[in-house]
Design a protein around this ligand. Structure first.
Ligand code: E4P
Length: 232
């Protein structure tokens, strides 16, 4: 499963890239507005940092406007994916942009029937928002299972991008189901790394290392270079 960072913050994106952890980025108008920067400049910079797909959402309400914005976004960088909402107008825009070979991420998906229509319209990605479903006492992960079955039954090429991910269990379950991608905020990505036993284990190893006499703790072995040369 690919991992995307759900953020428009350059510090977070650079840090996640440095861990080799992310395959792409998703943004939305709420995330972009937090950054208070020129929008196109920000989008271009994100694309330069990330070697993978970067989703940005259209803000028009009608299909013609969404398609127009989508063309503008995609002209900015080859990694751009245009996000259109799962409305009638969004589906029309998806169909139009897909016919122009522009990749669309159909966003704000909350039901299997919506996901079916996104695939039929030619979506490259569909983004089911599982955390927001959990928030209203629905089982968000069940939606991922349903979409997975529907897409497999009819061999739809649309990829399932699990969105509104809130914690590591969401990520692990999405991977077990076989979702294509999970996008998550920086805090959740960090939480994937942390384990108390890793911290305790590392502390113990380093303490034990200190027990070695100082003279035996030289990590730079003068013989290693000559040995490597001899082997070659
Ligand atoms: C996905 O593309 C969305 O930007 C995102 O996952 C929404 O998450 P939220 O429900 O935490 O805002």
């Amino acid at each position: 499963m690919k991992i995307f960072l759900d953020s428009a913050n350059l510090v977070e994106i650079k840090e996640a890239v440095s861990w080799g952890a992310i395959d792409g980025v998703t943004t939305n108008p709420s995330l972009v507005s937090k950054e208070q920067q020129d929008f196109f400049e920000l989008l271009r910079t994100i694309c330069e940092i990330v070697n993978g797909p970067v989703s940005m959402e259209t803000i028009s309400k009608d299909a013609a406007g969404m398609a127009q914005e989508g063309r503008q976004f995609s002209a900015l960088h080859p990694n751009i994916i245009v996000k259109c909402p799962l409305t009638k107008e969004g589906l029309k825009a998806t169909r139009q942009l897909a016919s122009e070979h522009i990749r669309v991420n159909v966003t704000l998906c909350f039901s299997p029937s919506q996901a079916l229509l996104a695939a039929k319209a030619g979506a490259f990605y569909v983004s089911p928002f599982i955390g927001r479903l959990d928030d209203i006492s629905n089982d968000g992960m069940q939606l991922i299972r349903q979409i997975k079955t529907i897409y497999a039954n009819y061999r739809f090429p649309t990829q399932i991008l699990v969105a509104s991910v809130r914690h590591p269990i969401h990520v692990v379950e999405a991977a077990q189901i076989g979702a294509d991608i999970a996008t998550m905020p920086f805090g959740t990505l960090e939480a994937l790394i942390r384990h108390p036993l890793t911290d305790i284990g590392l502390e113990r190893f380093l303490k034990d290392w200190e027990r070695l006499p100082q003279s035996a703790r030289n990590l730079i072995n003068p013989n290693v270079g000559s040995l490597a040369k001899a082997v070659r």
